[in-house]
Structure formats: structure tokens, C-alpha cells
Ligand binder design. Sequence first.
Ligand SMILES: [Zn+2]
Length: 298
Amino acid sequence: MDVIYRYDPFAPVVARQIPNANAAIDALIQGNDQFKRLVTRMQERTMGGDAGDPIVIQKSPITSGLPLIPGTMPNQAPFAAVLGCSDARVPTEAIFDQSFNDLFVLRIAGNVLGSECLGSLHYALRQLKDSLKVVVVLGHAKCGAVTAAVDTHMSPDAYANIACTFPLRSLIDQIQIAVRGATHALETYLGMPMANKSMFRSILVGVTSYVNAAVSAFELQRELDLYDKNGPKVVFGVYDFDSLRVQSSPAIDSESPRLRSAPRNAQELADYALEVVDAIMSMEDDEREAGYMLTVHA
Ligand SMILES: [Zn+2]
């Protein structure tokens, strides 16, 4: 199987037009689909599938955000700002198949919103407002920071061992509101305690990954509205390792938007948590176990 990146200096350059938030979201989703196609094809080949025709990807320095000639540099012009997790398995540009100068990226464990993050975003919104059309919070499945927050919630006696330093504790603490919201939604759905504590923990981590992204998006939209009511819209999604998709619902074939608008109030957030719980609990048992069972303790 061949993947060919091809550059033709004489090919016409067609600059990408991203005039608004919807176009920015479309570009991110199309990029994520392209990433999924490439990885799926490699997986199929690994499993003995046919190599098929080479995949040819046209590359241009200008559309790739690279200097066309030595000694120059393009103006910074990202179309989206992304607040994502530091997890090494979730590189932002690769997940969305974007290149240099496309994304203004902030990565912090658990994609929580701290004052330094917010300062960087305010800088971006002030300096890059002509190009920046949308702000994205990107969570991911099986997040270590979310797992640690769930474990401190389920085992308070182990809190000091898990969040052993003040900086780590402040990070874990920020995720607790999402853990509590996810716990409430899951317990409401179940109506009784789940006998299998290990499965409960795994599902709670799964639900919290989505709710935590929604909480960060909610807080971020509120902060940005204080700064500028007509500023960019905030959306959120979660990268799923199994489906390779960025999605706002874990449901298979879900009609929900892949990148969803930030909740506007506590009720929308609570409704969203219940929707995520319903999607995971409605899966077949083996599908849920394959997708959500954690094998490694945080
Ligand atoms: Zn993470």
C-alpha cells in the first residue's frame, strides 16, 4: 500500500475559503474523515486486505502553511482554535488532517480550562480574529486525567495517592464537576447501583470524557461571551480510538452533530449527560465492553 504526497510547482493553487463557523466545522469533520479513511485502509491492509491503488495526496506549500521560498514566512492565519488533551495518542492536527497554520492549538491534560489557556485564547481572538472562525474543545476516550478524576471520586481514600501534588490536584479537581454530572446521569439511568464496580468505573470514565468536553465548552463560551458577544462560537467533540471519529455522541450512526455547540445552561448540560449515558447503555453488551472496559488502572 502506497501513500504518496505529491508536489507540482506548476499546478494552480486554489486557496481554501473558510468564511464562517459552519465552513470551519465542515473542514474539520472532512479532515477527520480523511484521517479515518487513511488509517482504516492501513488497518485493512494489516489484516490481509488488498493493497489497492496508491493514495495520492496533493501538497502545496501555500495551502500547507509553509514558506514558498526561502527566507519568508506566512502570516499566522488559523481558521480554528482547539483546546485538547496532552495525550500523545491524540495529536490535534493529525486527527483533523490539518497542516501548518490551520489550527491554533492548546493542549493540557484533561482539556480543562485554566487561566493561562484562556489568556492564550484571548490573544488568538484579538490577534487572529480575521481568520479564526470557531473554537473547539476536543476530549478523547479513555483519558488518563478523566480516569484519575473518576478514581478520586469513587475512592476518596486514595485521593492523596492519585492527586499527590498541588498542581496535579488542581487539574483533577477541575474535572470533578464533570465526574459528578456524569455520575448523577448514570445513577439516574440505572435507578440502582451497578453490581459490577469495574464496569461502572469504565462506563463512568466513558461518560465523563464527553461531559468533561461539554463542561469546558460551556465555561469557554461563557468566558468568550463576556469578552465579545459576537465572537466565535464554541463547539466540542470527543475523539474515539475505536471508530477514529471525532463525535459528540458515542451512539453508532448517531444523527447528532460530530462537533456540537457548547451547552448554554446547566439544564442543557444535564440533558446532554443523560443522552450520552443512554447512548452507551443502549449498546449491545459486547460492544460496550469492547469500547469502554478499561484494562489499566490509572
Ligand atoms: Zn486525556
